[in-house]
Design a protein around this ligand. Structure first.
Ligand code: ATP
Ligand code: MG
Length: 412
């Protein structure tokens, strides 16, 4: 038997309904704040992620699905959405539009990770990006919007972790200090972290093993060293969140798996998720557009994992769609008329299903009951139909061409 690849999953109809509901909530919340939907290609030039996400990140080092496009160019299934959205911003000259350009997406992403609960090789994210604004208000607004999306998704009890990375220039000195600290404790660090002291020392804060974590507890933090405009920007973000009544925890150990962040950084964690506790997160990335050869453009954004939201949500699976009428056939002579009646009913705005499995009349009634049909119209040879109200069991004869009106009258 051929199965879906490891770490991937099928979205079955009952899941699709929950997802559609989540999509609707997100579209309403983000749309009301002026965000417009964007969809980029499923694959991009590998170089986009190498440059955009960063060569030293886990994503680029070992999680990308890359392939040759047949003409000698390396392509990669998108592992994240920000770099592609920025590529589109540059490619379509969106810097000429009123700024910031506010975009959102709901797309699937691909990472060659070890599959486990909440961690897959193809997964979905809802993301939002505001490109062209350096204002702390933009960061605070994005954070509030993510909190609202999570709330609407039923992911209530989340914790917001907040930090700031300052600018890359401000980080230079700190990185050296951190490297010195890591070298001094090298013997207790995991080999992974040790190998990357030079390439990506900040990533040590994200290590999962106990010994490294212990070392990192006393490590110097960037948050303590924020100065000047970086400090002002962060103070303003905090003041806005305070004013909005959104609680957060300052988390100096917060680092994210992408290299492009500057200043504001955050994540929302759900205690209901266990090891993969992050439902969503993001931050400011003021240098990314420039890094991708666009004009210097500040920007900010987040992404939230759809599967993690659904795992953490209390929302039950959505009930199946209601069926206004099931069109049954009394005998073979009625099939043409039944087919036409089902079509007419749908055109008239009713949901209608037709017998398609050659069941006996009794079998058809049982099936109609199982799918929750409100009415069954039994069509035979003559120009009448029997219309059965499935809740009362009452059945009456009506002219075939009056069936739709009769149902609409009862359920306007
Ligand atoms: P994690 O630390 O859990 O690996 P990340 O730092 O890689 O997360 P991002 O790249 O910022 O996460 O992605 C944003 C969101 O996408 C995460 O908060 C999470 O909800 C979701 N996500 C990330 N990777 C996966 C995955 N492999 N499977 C399912 N969801 C994921
Ligand atoms: Mg990851």
């Amino acid at each position: 038997m051929i199965q879906a690849p490891r770490g991937t999953f099928d979205i079955l109809p009952e899941d699709a309904a929950r997802r559609a509901r989540l999509e609707g909530e997100a579209a309403a919340i983000l749309g009301a704040a002026g965000y417009r939907r964007i969809e980029t290609p499923t694959f991009e030039a590998t170089e986009l992620f190498a440059r955009g996400v960063g060569e030293a990140t886990d994503i680029v080092r070992k999680e990308m699905y890359s392939f040759d496009d047949g003409a000698g160019r390396s392509m990669t299934l998108r592992p994240e959405g920000t770099a592609p959205v920025c590529r589109a911003y540059i490619e379509h000259g969106m810097h000429k539009l009123p700024q910031p350009v506010k975009l959102w997406y709901l797309s699937s992403f691909f990472r060659a990770e070890a599959p486990q609960r909440g961690r897959y090789r193809q997964f979905w994210q809802i993301g939002a990006e505001a490109i062209g604004s350096a204002a702390p208000e933009t960061d605070a607004e994005l954070i509030v919007l993510l909190a609202e999306v999570l709330q609407a998704a039923g992911v209530g009890d989340v914790e917001l972790h907040l930090s700031s990375l300052g600018t890359p220039e401000a980080r230079v000195e700190y990185r050296e200090e951190l490297k010195r600290y890591l070298r001094a404790h090298e013997d207790r660090l995991s080999p992974e972290v040790r190998d990357r002291i030079d390439a990506n020392p900040l990533r040590a804060f994200d290590a999962k093993d106990r010994a490294t974590r212990e070392v990192m507890q006393s490590a110097p933090t960037l948050l303590e060293r924020l100065e000047g405009e970086d400090a002002e920007h962060f103070a303003r973000v905090r003041a806005l969140l305070d004013a909005a009544g959104l609680r957060y925890e300052l988390d100096p150990s917060l680092v994210r798996g992408l290299d492009y962040y500057t200043r504001t950084l955050y994540s929302f964690e759900s205690p209901r998720l266990g090891a993969q506790s992050e439902v969503g997160g993001g931050g400011r990335y003021d240098r990314l557009i420039e890094q991708l050869e666009g004009p210097p453009t500040p920007a900010s954004g987040w992404a939230a994992g759809v599967e993690r939201m659904l795992l953490a949500t209390e929302l039950a699976a959505a009930p199946p769609e209601p069926v206004d009428v099931f069109v049954a056939v009394a005998d073979a002579a009625g099939t043409g008329a039944a087919f036409a009646l089902a079509q007419d009913a749908r055109r008239a705005g009713l949901s209608a299903q037709l017998e398609l499995a050659g069941r006996s009349l009794k079998g058809q009634l049982r099936h109609a009951d199982r799918i929750g049909a409100r009415y069954v119209a039994i069509v035979g040879e003559d120009s009448h139909a029997s219309l059965r109200d499935m809740s009362s069991g009452e059945q009456r004869e009506v002219p075939r061409d009056a069936v739709i009106a009769a149902i609409k009258e009862a359920h306007p």
